[in-house]
Design a binder for this molecule. Sequence first.
Ligand code: ADP
Ligand code: MG
Length: 339
Amino acid sequence: MNRINILDDLTINKIAAGEVVERPSSIVKELVENCVDANSSKIIIDIIDGGKKLIKITDNGSGISSSEVDKSFLRHATSKIEKIDDLYDLYSLGFRGEALASISSICKLEMVTKTKDECVGTKVIVEGGKVVSKQPIGANNGTTMIIKDVFYNTPVRQKFLKSTHAETINISDLINKLAIGNPHIQFKYVNNGKAMLNTPGDSKLISVIRSIYGKDVCENLIEIEYECKNFKINGYIGNNNVYRSNKNLQHIYINKRFVKSKVILDAVAEAYKAIIPINKHCVCFLNMELNPASIDVNIHPTKLEIKFENEQELYIELRDFLKQKLLNSKLIGKYEVYD
Ligand code: ADP
Ligand code: MG
């Protein structure tokens, strides 16, 4: 019979990284979410070769104090929760304490960080999940993460990386989503030296939408704001003059976290049923606020899925509100009922 092995930390982290870090865009997601959680007002994302060669992310947030830096790379190390009940009152994007441990186990990582209470910053180099160098360094308040050679020590994963173009599209899409979810933060995104996005950080959702999708989309949006038993909602929905053949312009946020939610997408589709042609998809930017105790975000390590306590009620409330709003709005041109 084979002996039972207790796996070492690096092996455990590499296995866990398989779930959290699927591709370079997963790294960008985790690191930018950390910048958001650190109360940053400006986040700069620099990418080379679809993130395969370099991902550099700089924020002006809280930073990590020198004494805590080593801990941040340990598995299940988080400053965002203390106990399981904290999940019922969660407003941060992170809480699993897995990202830095996972990411640093499958790439080369350098971090420079400084809190506002420290005079000097700290620079660490982490390889194979271990801090190999740590020294004081002059730095601005906030954190810079430099990720090089993604999956360098997991060759199978590296082989399955998609083309630079495909990875870039994924990262761009992800940064758009994070920027839309955080209009109060200025997002600057540079890809291979080319400026791709620069949002003003003026707290106006419409400014972010204009930066990303231009004025044509903006001109066809209806502003929404509403509160009912199960949720509060604000944002924008497209009129009958703007629709797409895919769902790429359907952005759904629950308590500031972008999610893939079938219930919500179904409610939206149902509301638009007689408004836009069949097989077309509306444009929407929905910020929903729910009581954190009535949702579960801990379904998958990527935290993209969500479970609702009152799913059916929520579906009806959202569908009916959107439908009513659309019918009461001045739709562009001839109002056609497609069916
Ligand atoms: P989580 O986000 O789930 O807490 P992570 O592994 O992503 O776990 O990060 C571990 C900890 O490191 C965070 O809880 C936070 O305290 C700290 N941290 C990570 N990135 C940043 C950042 N950009 N600014 C400030 N603190 C950070
Ligand atoms: Mg995190």
